[in-house]
Write a protein that binds this ligand. Structure first.
Ligand SMILES: Nc1ncnc2c1ncn2[C@@H]1O[C@H](COP(=O)(O)OP(=O)(O)OP(=O)(O)O)[C@@H](O)[C@H]1O
Length: 352
């Protein structure tokens, strides 16, 4: 449903995206995960047809986002990081307004608006003024405006930022309920968001894709921290400890800060899919180590994320200047240009 190949975006001389490629199958939720400034928003804006790429291609349902941008906009719903909502409009009026802006034919507006209200749990609040809604409900309105033309693809930029923990759960559940009928790309810098909501994850760092897979396969492939933690007598001979490193399946060994004066804690890192626990115990016995505790440690998605994204490079002064110089050239998304002057009940094709 979504095919992105070798996407590059350069703002002035600042490369924001470099050879970004990924694909999303119909009905999937892809988590687009990366730290601040990684290039998530840039990618989503290119996908939505609001920003041209410098090179590379992106296709939505077979349509090229640049060459066939009208066809793409009909098939994609976009929730920007700061969704433009008109606080003095009611939820329903706003959705009729957006349906009209998105050229939903007159006869389809009522069923589409009603479907979006119901899918987003807004039916009871449809007559409420947007300014009277909580932030969580306003975010639902943002998602409903992305859905109102019933697009097969929905792109959500940081959809849970600024919500309280209960609202976060509600919005995540809403997003999960939309999968299947819709293909979803969700950008986030929050790890639990990905493991709780998404089928697959693409990790992006400094404009480059550094990993793609299911949360589970990523953890298996990149087994940072996967191994054993041992607590041994502090009198052990460090020379003898190297015996543990020679065991098949053991990758490396590291001392951890000691918890007690007479104990020494050691982290053993293992190769993927290896289980050298019995050999480690046997080596401890044959070396005469007093083993007080041995614990299996497994990589978390957080370990994977940190391993892949911590090699940050501090921007040079030159980089900073380029960023400032190029900002005004970037067009604003169409959604952000919705004209509140159109907030006219006569113009809005809505029921009594
Ligand atoms: N309009 C612009 N002009 C110049 N540089 C820009 C512009 N927009 C983004 N950038 C730069 O491109 C890079 C990627 O930015 P982008 O907003 O896509 O990242 P992000 O992953 O969405 O970050 P965040 O989570 O902070 O929104 C950053 O270095 C950013 O400073």
């Amino acid at each position: 449903m979504i095919e992105v190949e070798n996407l590059c975006k350069i703002y002035g001389s600042t490369p924001a995206l470099q050879d970004v490629s990924f694909s999303v199958e119909a009905g999937e939720i892809l988590g687009f995960l990366g730290p601040n400034g990684a290039g998530k928003t840039t990618t989503l804006r290119i996908l939505s047809g609001y920003l041209p790429a410098t090179s590379g291609t992106a296709k939505i349902a077979g349509y090229d986002v640049h060459e066939q941008s009208i066809a793409v906009r009909q098939r994609i719903g976009y929730l920007p990081e700061n969704p433009p909502l008109y606080p003095e409009m009611s939820v329903e009026s706003f959705l009729y307004f957006v349906a009209r802006i998105k050229r939903v034919v007159a006869g389809d507006r009522r069923p589409n608006v009603e479907a979006a209200l119901k899918k987003c749990g807004l039916w009871e609040r449809r007559k409420s003024l947007i300014r009277k809604l909580s932030k969580g409900y306003r975010q639902r309105v943002g998602i409903a405006q992305a859905l109102v033309h019933d697009p097969p693809v929905i792109v959500l930029d940081e959809p849970t930022v600024g919500l309280d923990p209960r609202q976060i759960i509600e919005v995540r559940n809403l997003i999960k309920s939309l999968a299947g009928d819709h293909t979803i790309v969700l950008s986030t810098h929050i790890l639990p968001e990905v493991s709780m909501t998404c089928n697959r994850v693409t990790i992006i760092n400094r404009g480059q894709v550094v990993a793609t897979g299911t949360p589970e396969t990523l953890m298996e492939e990149l087994t940072a921290g996967s191994g054993y933690e041992l607590e041994l007598d502090s009198t052990i001979d460090p020379e003898k400890l190297t015996r543990l490193e020679q065991i098949s399946g053991v990758r490396s060994l590291q001392y951890l800060p000691e918890s007690l004066e007479d104990r020494r804690q050691i982290q053993i890192f293992c190769e993927p899919n290896s289980e050298p626990g019995p050999e480690i115990v046997a080596a401890c016995v044959s070396c005469g180590f007093n083993l007080y505790e041995m614990r299996r440690t497994r990589a978390s998605l957080e370990d994977v994320f940190l391993e892949l994204t911590t090699q940050q490079v501090t921007p040079t002064a030159e980089d900073m200047i380029e960023v400032e110089e190029t900002q005004p050239e970037v067009p604003e998304p169409l959604d952000e240009k919705l004209d509140p002057v159109d907030n006219n009940q006569q113009d809005i094709d809505e029921p009594d």
